[in-house]
Unconditional design. Sequence first.
Length: 83
Amino acid sequence: MHDEEVGNAAREDNRFDRAILDLLLHDQTCRPWAIEELVREIGDRAAVEDSLARLYGAGLIHRILGGFVFATRAAVRANQLAA
């Protein structure tokens, strides 16, 4: 039972991470997004903050002053290769 709950939580985390990374990579300019914009798009502040922490830890996003984030060059390139 516990393993199933952990697996479900990990899948949910991955879903949020992918959704946010997709937004950051959506247009070719890869413009910075305000964290507040992401919260409005996703609808869950805690999930967005947790996801941004995971993505930052993985080296997939940059965080800049003023509450903005954008995809790293590595994330952009990996996305290009996956297409």
